[in-house]
Ligand binder design. Sequence first.
Ligand code: ADP
Ligand code: MG
Length: 228
Amino acid sequence: MIRLNHVVKAFPSGSLAIKDVSFHVPKGEFLFLTGHSGAGKSTLLKLLYAELRPTSGDVRVGGHLVHSLKGDEIPRLRRRLGIVFQDFRLLEDRTAHENVAFALEVTGARRDTIPARVTRVLTQVGLASKARAYPRELSGGEQQRVAIARALVNDPAILLADEPTGNLDQRATRGVFQLLRDINAGGTVVVMATHDLALVSEVSYRTIEMKDGAVVHDSSQGPAPELP
Ligand SMILES: Nc1ncnc2c1ncn2[C@@H]1O[C@H](COP(=O)(O)OP(=O)(O)O)[C@@H](O)[C@H]1O
Ligand SMILES: [Mg+2]
């Protein structure tokens, strides 16, 4: 579903954010991307959703070579991905329902199908009863659930989440993480960047640890080296 081959990303400033990263994410996987702040997690995700182009190397998502997409192929790729951020990025002047509906409207979905599809995903994330609430009327955990509903409404094969629990308390973190696990159990590939190692240690999902732009450990290649 996702394949990186010798990917390098250098910024014009000269900073080398990704240094020769290669890995493959098969169908069905839940993958954690871990590493300290500045390790390159967000940059890697941006390469996957074509916000950034690699300086060299190949990024393939769902069979497409991301850097050779042009024009309207990039929005088409993004429609096949769901993307969730730490800061939710909801439209403040729209209700939960309208925020999710907007993601369908911009993709040209048939108008008469939109309400039912929105209700279906809001129900899936446990927020059917808050459909008419504005973001400011929702807790952080609820806002993130709306953002996840918005990410799911186009039935993506892959969900990318950049520190989705970074702004949430323990309880909301649990709820959002369980929701991401349920989404993965339904067959969606989930790639979640996080530095919450307590969360990572609770489950046995594949974990790729980055440091200074490089992969320093991939749990699919064997156990982590013993600490000295
Ligand atoms: N737009 C940019 N221009 C220059 N350097 C950047 C840019 N975005 C990120 N970087 C640098 O790339 C490195 C990786 O950043 P980032 O991917 O945000 O790490 P993480 O998400 O793991 O905290 C950092 O050194 C950061 O300063
Ligand atoms: Mg980041």
